[in-house]
Design a protein around this ligand. Structure first.
Ligand code: ATP
Length: 319
């Protein structure tokens, strides 16, 4: 994998808080990497370090093969899109997109061509004359994106890019961003605390906690082979027994007749495509997820049920 961004042993502290604690990672060409983790785990700080908005206390950052550890933001071939899109309210959509290009003193014809191209990429060609307040939240987000793309960066750094969008628009925008990335051949680094978003968008996900990367892998590997309990808990639901044995809820079969572990159904959460059963067993309450397919056992609150799972569904995880 040829790395577009290489982060090596980077650390950043604010007083006693180790916001980023000796992190190393690579972002590949045309790759989308998501930084996922609970609030305060250091995702945004890591992104800002890549953008040059923060200077690391230790370590090195190279972009496109060149060392940029001390290079200011405007000297880096990356662009960061912020949570608040920070569009200029008095400028038209097209002028917002052209702004950075004018600052870079590109030729007017080049500015014009790139502005058109960027607006076309986000399907806003028709709205170039509008002002930001005449757009929907999703459209404003696309203008901000066009503004980043117009500068033709090697990588786009996105901080919670969907935060302002409702669920429906969010999913559509996630897919649009993916298609755009493939068309433009730009690498993405996306900060999110939403695991669905990370799974939808990212080729690989770095799960962070307390300034460190716990695991960096494809969504499938993270889900099926988490390195420890913290990753397993953060990434999807999991049943964790006191001895470290871990089984995902969808791997547990539920029968009213026979099985390995006996329990009583204490709660049932209907989720449309599936149903979650909470089953109190002697050791602990076990979460079971069954598809609502025809022929599936339907248990009721208070029923005695039997749980079983294949041996290879159980893994032992360290804390
Ligand atoms: P969130 O999802 O809530 O945005 P995050 O994972 O992006 O969180 P960061 O914003 O990177 O987390 O913050 C990491 C830690 O560093 C937090 O404890 C935060 O309070 C602290 N921190 C971040 N920026 C500063 C700052 N400028 N001064 C002091 N402390 C800071």
């Amino acid at each position: 994998m040829s790395a577009v961004i290489r982060v090596e042993g980077v650390a950043k502290a604010y007083g006693d808080v180790r916001a980023v604690d000796h992190v190393s990672l690579e972002v590949g060409a045309n790759e989308c990497l998501a930084l996922l983790g609970p609030s305060g785990c250091g995702k945004t700080t890591l992104l800002r370090l890549m953008a040059g908005l923060e200077t690391p206390d230790a370590g090195a950052i190279s972009i496109g093969g060149a060392d940029m550890t001390r290079t200011p933001p405007y000297g880096r071939p990356v662009n960061m899109m912020f949570q608040s899109y920070a569009l200029f309210p008095h400028m038209s959509v097209a002028d917002n997109v052209a702004f950075g290009l004018k600052q870079d003193r590109l030729a007017p014809a080049e500015i014009d061509a790139r502005t058109r191209e960027a607006l076309a990429a986000v399907e806003l060609e028709a709205l170039g004359a509008r002002k930001p307040h005449q757009l929907s939240g999703g459209q404003r987000q696309r203008v901000a994106l066009a503004r980043c793309i117009a500068k033709r960066p090697k990588a786009l750094l996105l901080d919670e890019p969907m935060a302002a969008l409702d669920k429906h628009l969010r999913e559509r925008t996630q897919l649009e961003l993916l298609a755009l990335r493939r068309r433009l051949g730009i690498s993405f680094v996306v900060v999110t605390h939403d695991q669905d978003e990370a799974m939808t968008m990212a080729d690989r996900i770095a799960v962070m906690d307390k300034g460190r990367i716990l695991q960096i892998d494809t969504p499938r590997k993270l889900y099926e082979h988490p390195v420890n309990q913290a990753v397993a808990r953060f990434f999807g639901d999991i049943n964790l027994w006191p001895n470290g044995r871990a089984v995902r809820p969808e791997h547990i079969a539920l029968s009213c007749v026979s099985g390995d572990v006996e329990g009583v159904v204490t709660d049932i959460i209907y989720r449309g495509a599936g149903t979650t059963y909470l089953v109190r067993t002697q050791e602990m309450t076990v979460r079971v997820l069954r598809q609502n397919a025809r022929g599936e056992t339907e248990a009721h609150k208070g029923d005695t049920v039997f749980l079983s799972w294949p041996a290879d569904a159980a893994r032992t995880l360290s804390p």
